[in-house]
Design a protein around this ligand. Structure first.
Ligand SMILES: Cc1ncc(COP(=O)(O)O)c(C=O)c1O
Length: 395
């Protein structure tokens, strides 16, 4: 087996168009983290100077992240991933302690929401799923129509990770607030790409992860509105004001804070830049026959383009593009050895054939127009080749 570094050097694609999966570490973030990977160390829970220095560093990060979200620092709970933040709300809090309970959940949620919801359903919770329209947008009235006396929680993400559709969270959360129903908003994909202010959103829980906006892996947070029900999922030490046991990952949290600071400063420039790339790509795509952009008419994340290329199976296309030097995502999930088309696309009412011929291209601010143009040429060539092969009768 080659060392992972050799493997990357040999096979690293030249162009990375998969920024919704993860993003490269910002150089400023790396600089901020470096001391905490070497000369500086300490457990923030320790009372001595080493510990207090680590604690100070994590509190600076908390303020930086709160600044990006318009939140109060004390309302943020550091966690290891967006997945953990969503699970903490769904599985940490006892939504189903009484005999009856009900959840309203959008049909476009990330697996880190819908899988815990399925677990709750198995243990007796009733769930109403609300599918989006053909553009991927969930109708706020439909969500509210599903709420009942015993609805414990509504789950609606801010931006879908696959199609990038922005959801009407503010509207739903405003109505839920009037009825006293808490809302979990998975904002992992939205933060750092579009402006987010927790006070405006009126939600009760909001998850955010550093690695989606040029911060490190292994750092995320759950914002919990003051006074909202919260019980820790991880039990043990009294870290994070008893809300999340486990020693805080100091270097990652320091990087998370710096990434939030940089994102707040650069958000506008970054969004303009990625939107320019996406527009270039989507107008160039018109020259490929039988291609469509999912959610084209909806408000979307500026960096995300999820497309269907009829007759070109997405797994085969992804491999061909990788070999040609472009990293994109197929948006489908591999489960039990079979490739399942995207759950989001199916919920949007896309036919299975269309869903299995779909690709997600997610741009980053360091991508260039030249890369987009080169990609369009390669894409046109590979799609034509796949369509040719699929039309050849098999012997
Ligand atoms: C919308 C959304 N929620 C949650 C997650 C999970 O985040 P993490 O990878 O930090 O566990 C992701 C990751 O892709 C995501 O896109």
């Amino acid at each position: 087996m080659p060392e992972s570094r050799d493997r990357i050097d040999q096979t690293m694609p030249a162009t990375y168009f998969d920024h919704n999966a993860t993003t490269p570490l910002d150089p400023k973030v790396r600089v901020a983290m470096e001391p905490w990977l070497g000369e500086l160390y300490g457990n923030p829970a320790s009372l001595h100077a080493f510990g207090q220095a680590a604690r100070d560093a994590t509190e600076v990060a908390r303020e930086q992240i709160a600044g990006l979200l318009g939140a109060r620092p004390a309302e943020l709970v550091f966690m290891a991933s967006g997945t953990e933040a969503n699970n903490a709300v769904l599985l940490g809090c006892s939504w189903n302690t009484s005999s009856k309970g009900h959840l309203v959940v959008s049909g476009v949620e990330h697996p880190s929401v819908w899988k815990p919801v399925l677990a709750l359903q198995k243990s007796g919770m009733e769930v109403s799923w609300v599918n989006p329209d053909r553009q991927g947008r969930v109708d706020p009235e439909q969500v509210m129509a599903e709420t009942r006396e015993d609805t414990r929680l509504v789950c609606l993400m801010l931006a879908n990770n696959e199609v990038g559709t922005l959801q009407p969270v503010e509207k739903v959360a405003g109505s839920c607030q009037e009825r006293g129903i808490p809302v979990l908003c998975d904002a992992v994909q939205a933060i750092g790409k579009v402006p987010v202010n927790v006070a405006d959103l009126k939600v009760d829980y909001l998850s955010v992860g550093a690695h989606k906006f040029n911060g490190p892996l292994g750092a995320a947070a759950l914002w919990v509105r003051g006074g909202a029900i919260f019980e820790p999922l991880l039990k043990g030490g009294s870290q994070e004001r008893q809300r999340r046991a486990g020693t805080v990952n100091v270097p990652a949290v320091v990087g998370f804070g710096e990434a939030a600071k940089v994102a707040a400063e650069e958000l506008e420039v970054r969004s303009r830049r990625v939107l320019e790339l996406r527009q270039r790509f989507e107008s160039g795509l018109e020259r490929i026959a039988d291609s469509t952009v999912h959610g084209r008419l909806a408000e979307r994340l500026p960096n995300t383009s999820h497309i269907a290329l009829l007759g070109a199976d997405s797994e085969s296309l992804l491999i061909r593009l990788d070999l040609a030097g472009f990293a994109v995502s197929s948006g489908s999930a591999c489960s039990s050895g079979t490739v399942e088309p995207s759950r989001t696309l199916l919920a949007m009412g896309a036919p299975r054939e269309e869903a299995s011929c779909s690709l997600r291209i997610s741009f980053g601010p360091r991508n260039t127009i030249e890369e987009v143009d080169a990609f369009l040429d390669v894409l046109a060539r590979e799609v034509a080749e796949l369509r040719r092969l699929s039309s050849v009768p098999q012997s």
